[in-house]
Design a protein around this ligand. Structure first.
Ligand code: HEM
Length: 208
């Protein structure tokens, strides 16, 4: 007999909205006599799943907070009247920001992947998760390949501001990273809350 679908994301067996939750659950619920498809899935207990979700949300929040700080430093460095303050903003940006930002982005990525594999959502089963995965990987890549390599020049520019009027080239494009990142992370948060667009592919008969 087919198991009744449960509308919970926290059980470890059976089905959730008709989707097998574990390989075990899939076997029990297929009810067709055919072996269930192998689903790559991490089995998370309720407590672990909640802990990972907390970590995920804290890392996402930290990432957004750091982006806000970056935006403030960039605006201060460019627009402030006091040259000492402008210099300090650029030097602080160069010294403190990139690694915490990258670490929170990576923690968000790893915890998000774990949550995806440990719940009914899957990694590339629903559009809202797949789009977040792409955004997260793209943002971390930009931090590593674009932002970090330019930071030495930003620090040097901040230093030079104290003694002269250096070219603004090293800091002219610094407005884009926080603007792009804050937009993408706000969008990712919206995706997480509203979970729009449904599945990437139709369910196979075994998944029904
Ligand atoms: C891009 C940055 C990201 C942000 C800002 C973000 C934000 C969030 C937030 C706020 C939640 C809680 C939603 C709620 O409980 O209503 C959430 C849940 C979730 N996120 Fe993310 N996330 C991000 C990246 C990712 C990535 C890369 C993945 C996986 C590839 C992912 C997978 C998930 C899953 C599966 C849940 C639901 C967990 C559950 O309820 O069981 N997230 N995310």
């Amino acid at each position: 007999m087919a198991a009744r679908p449960q509308r919970t994301t926290e059980g470890t067996q059976g089905t959730i909205e008709g989707t097998p939750r574990t390989i075990e659950g899939a076997r029990r619920t297929a009810g067709t006599g055919r072996p269930a498809p192998a689903v790559a899935r991490v089995k998370l207990s309720r407590r672990v799943r909640r802990a990972v979700l907390v970590l995920h949300m804290v890392s996402a929040g930290a990432w957004i907070g750091i982006d806000v700080l970056v935006a403030l430093m960039v605006l201060t460095g460019w627009f402030a009247d006091d040259v000492d303050l402008r210099s300090l903003a650029y030097r602080a940006l160069a010294a403190f920001v990139v690694w915490p930002m990258l670490i929170s982005g990576l923690v968000c990525l790893v915890s998000g992947v774990l949550l995806s594999l440990g719940t009914k959502w899957g990694l590339v089963r629903y559009w809202w998760v797949a789009v977040k995965l792409v955004l997260n990987v793209a943002l971390c890549t930009v931090i590593i390949l674009v932002l970090q390599p330019g930071m030495d020049a930003v620090g040097t520019y901040g230093q030079q501001l104290l003694t002269g009027n250096p070219s603004r080239d090293p800091v002219a494009k610094l407005f884009f990273p926080p603007a792009v990142s804050l937009t993408a992370l706000t969008f990712a948060t919206w995706l997480s809350v509203f979970k729009p667009w449904g599945r990437l592919r139709r369910r196979t008969p075994d998944q029904r």
